[in-house]
Write a protein that binds this ligand. Structure first.
Ligand code: AMP
Length: 515
């Protein structure tokens, strides 16, 4: 049942696929493509060059690239060098990128010429960050190493290709409910266990699949499915730089693709587009996969009926190397449920005292299994509160039906999920509070028909001052990625707080509901 043969060092998987299917397409984007044979050579060369530049086993290397073949090669090369890959969104603002580089103590960064100025600023501020690798054309003026040259030319060093798959190989930043983003330490074993227990056996991912992936590669869902699992099973993948409804509609109608993974909002947009084009069909597409946020049952059903293709919802978390549950293609599917726990994984639903709730009751979902993170990087207190007695406390509320199907009913933690992307209210509050005219503020999620939720901010102006909503959003734009920007600004006279100073968010949400 569990495809244990997929759980082996990434370097070994790369060499194995190169030997078995060297001429086969591995990954492609709108500009370039790489076969498994080329992937082996390119990642070995890149790893060797990183080692020549002084990267030691366990050193962190940042990837600040858009979704691309370069991204995949960078990630695999970092692991082949025995280092730790630290993906950062290409849209990250300077403070967001700076924080991650510093927190993960990155020694090298791979980025685009467009972000070279940011990389230079980071190198000036963080002396440990010594090596810069730039993608793009060789003629671009730069002070860094040139990615395309490094991947083509053998290095002095051979790649370390470590056999150890239990030491963390990835630090994936996730938005916490309090404080700054936390770096989740993930190993090759945990990640490939999900390929072996979820994507290969349940979704049937195999070497005949050609996946169209619009998922952001810096997120754990894509790193797991769209990078590592593709390699593990020897499938082919087309990577989209960003999701665009019209592009995905056209690509899926071409008949080349067998699997399309997305987040609920994407399926919603595809359905909307199909309403205007009733004849459209997705030939050859055998499966769609959704994770990242609640997939409403009615949309799931309508999508399947409209396109005649299965859409399986699964529940994944960065801290569990992604998947905890997935619906199966056969059996008693329950629309609106995120499916059954993966084989080999234990789940429980507990109350606040940690006792199991009665069958069918709501409680916090906790998880134990081979895919749990090693912990949060340099955050022992947060690690101790999330991992207790071998269980990961998800912070999500869930119910289990008599057949074992889980439904996520809400969140203990306060993260706002905007179209599958997580936003910590505290991070937005930090940016808003830095605006001169703001005395106090609080951010909550407001319901949104397409995106699920959007952040809105309640602001108390400083005495004698007024807060210009447009200027406030402009100010936030310099500190936050676009998806984290407040969708609305409400001016209030005070923020409701508990005796110990915590914001009583539900009271603010109530005022939105009564608007
Ligand atoms: P992340 O670590 O960024 O992947 O976010 C994980 C969180 O996304 C979970 O703790 C859930 O709150 C939410 N989530 C992921 N998948 C689902 C799903 N299928 N249904 C409901 N919520 C989900």
């Amino acid at each position: 049942m569990i495809h244990t043969e997929l759980i082996k060092p990434l370097a070994q998987l790369i060499r194995q696929q190169a030997a078995l299917r060297g001429a086969k397409l591995a990954y492609r984007d709108s500009r370039s493509a790489v076969t498994y044979g080329q992937l082996d050579t390119a990642t070995a060369n890149l790893a060797g060059h990183l080692q020549d530049a002084g990267i030691q086993p366990g050193d962190s290397v940042a990837i600040l690239l858009p979704n691309s073949v370069d991204w995949v090669e960078s990630c695999l090369a970092i692991v082949r060098a025995g280092a730790v890959a630290v993906p950062i969104s290409i849209d990250a603002t300077e403070p967001e990128a700076m924080y991650r580089i510093e927190d993960a103590n990155c020694k090298a960064i791979i980025t685009t010429p467009q972000r070279a100025a940011l990389a230079a600023a980071m190198m000036a501020r963080h002396p440990q960050l010594r090596t810069l690798v730039l993608t793009g054309s060789a003629s671009a003026p730069s002070a860094g190493l040139h990615f395309a040259t490094l991947r083509e030319q053998p290095a002095r060093s051979l790649p370390r290709d470590p056999d150890d798959i239990d030491t963390p190989s990835f630090i994936i930043y996730t938005s916490g409910t309090t404080g700054r983003a936390k770096g989740v330490l993930l190993s090759q074993r945990g990640m490939l266990w999900v390929s072996a227990a979820c994507w290969a056996p349940i979704a049937g991912l195999n070497e005949n699949d050609h996946v169209l992936s619009p998922l952001p590669l810096f997120h754990s869902y894509a790193l797991n499915l769209s990078v590592l699992s593709i390699l593990a099973v020897g499938a082919s993948e087309t990577i989209l730089e960003k999701f665009s409804t019209s592009d995905v509609m056209a690509q899926l109608q071409s008949g080349q693709f067998t699997v399309f993974p997305g987040v609920p909002t994407m399926f919603h947009y595809l359905l909307e587009a199909a309403r205007l084009d009733p004849a459209c069909k997705f030939p050859g597409l055998r499966l769609c996969l959704s994770a990242g946020a609640i997939m409403p049952g009615p949309i799931n059903t309508e999508f399947e009926q409209r396109f005649g293709v299965m859409l399986l919802d699964g529940y994944g978390i960065t801290e569990t190397s992604t998947m905890v549950t997935l619906n199966w293609m056969s059996g008693a599917r329950v629309m609106g449920s995120c499916g059954l726990p993966l084989p080999g994984l234990s789940t429980r639903i507990v109350d606040l005292s940690g006792k199991d709730v009665a069958p069918g009751d709501e409680g916090e979902l906790i998880v134990r299994g081979p895919n749990l993170m090693a912990g949060y990087h340099n955050k022992p207190e947060e690690t101790a509160s999330a991992l207790r007695g071998g269980w990961y406390y998800t912070g999500d509320l869930a119910r289990c039906d008599p057949n074992g199907y889980l439904t996520i009913t809400g969140r203990l933690k306060e993260i706002i999920i905007r179209g599958g992307q997580n936003i910590a209210p505290s991070e937005v509050e930090e940016a808003v509070c830095a605006f001169a005219a703001v005395l106090d503020c609080a951010v909550v999620g407001a319901p949104h028909s397409h995106l699920g939720e959007v952040p809105v901010v309640f602001v108390v102006p400083r005495p004698g001052m007024t807060v210009d909503a447009e200027a406030l959003v402009l100010h936030c734009r310099t500190r936050l990625s676009a998806y984290k920007l407040p969708d609305a600004v409400h001016i209030v006279s005070e923020i409701p707080r508990t005796g110990s100073g915590k914001i009583i968010r539900f009271k603010l949400k109530e005022t939105l509901a009564s608007d």
